[in-house]
Design a protein around this ligand. Structure first.
Ligand SMILES: Nc1ncnc2c1ncn2[C@@H]1O[C@H](COP(=O)(O)OP(=O)(O)OP(=O)(O)O)[C@@H](O)[C@H]1O
Ligand SMILES: [Mg+2]
Length: 236
């Protein structure tokens, strides 16, 4: 820990719709270091998904600067962005996004297939990932044969498979009950302790508080909270 993996400065993203201008990201600056576990919290419409798309290299800054592992994302073309995404970012979504016809193990292997890894290594890495999330004994199950929390564990193992620099999770517990949410957060904490950098996006304060650092976003502006809720943040 100590070295920055993400350096964002004065980032702007503006949408124009029917004569109205929305500043979805308004002068956002943040530095995230390797090994951090950061939560970004904000109410609906505050700019969370817009920021996630930026951090995840699904979008480029309109103005301002984004350095990911020292690389200037604003200067990349679409192919370069896709390559950086594949190498550097493991995505975790609210609805797991598993392929229903593939087993847990095959779902985890899939990104490694795209990355061109030989079959034996794919299997080894996927088994390693399922072990990390405590699901090795369900490797042969289809998603329909798994609980919501187990499906999210498979999705986390899949996100881990390519050994990305960052795990980026958008409302990872949004589809889970509170007990299962706690289990998933425990998995994320364990992964963070193993050295993985985690960015967790949520509207839920109880979830955000589990991270080691919390920032909030409101009307496209980022505020550093120092880990404590401020103002009316508790109503999220
Ligand atoms: N494609 C678009 N065109 C116009 N406005 C958009 C577009 N996408 C997002 N916005 C606006 O930008 C702002 C931020 O949206 P964003 O999706 O980032 O919010 P969010 O924090 O992820 O919300 P939620 O919690 O509901 O998912 C909102 O005011 C939204 O209406
Ligand atoms: Mg959103």
């Amino acid at each position: 820990m100590g070295e920055p993996i993400i350096e964002i400065s004065h980032l702007m993203k503006t949408y124009k719709l029917g004569g109205e201008t929305v500043h979805a990201l308004n002068n956002v600056s943040i530095e995230i270091k390797k090994g951090e576990f950061l939560a970004i919290i904000g109410p609906s419409g505050s700019g969370k998904s817009t920021l996630m798309n930026m951090i995840g290299c699904l979008d480029r800054p309109q103005s301002g600067k984004y350095l990911l592992d020292g690389k200037d994302i604003g200067k990349m073309n679409d192919n370069q962005l896709a390559m950086i995404r594949n190498q550097k970012i493991g995505f975790i979504f609210q609805n797991f996004n598993l392929l229903t016809k593939l087993t847990a193990l095959e779902n985890v292997e899939l990104p490694l297939l795209y990355a061109g890894l030989p079959a034996k290594q794919r299997r080894e890495k996927a088994l390693e990932g399922l072990t990390k999330v405590g699901l090795i004994e369900r490797a042969g199950h289809l998603p329909t044969q798994l609980s919501g929390g187990q499906q999210q564990r498979v999705a986390i193992a899949r996100a881990l498979a390519g050994n990305p620099a960052i795990l980026l999770a958008d409302e990872p517990t949004g589809a889970l009950d509170s007990k299962t949410s706690i289990e998933i957060l425990e998995v994320m904490k364990e992964l963070n302790e193993l050295g993985h950098t985690i960015i967790l996006i949520t509207h839920d304060l109880a979830i955000a508080k589990q991270a080691r650092r919390m920032v909030s976003i409101q009307d496209g502006e980022l505020l550093e909270n120092g880990g404590e809720p401020i103002g009316n943040i508790a109503i999220y």
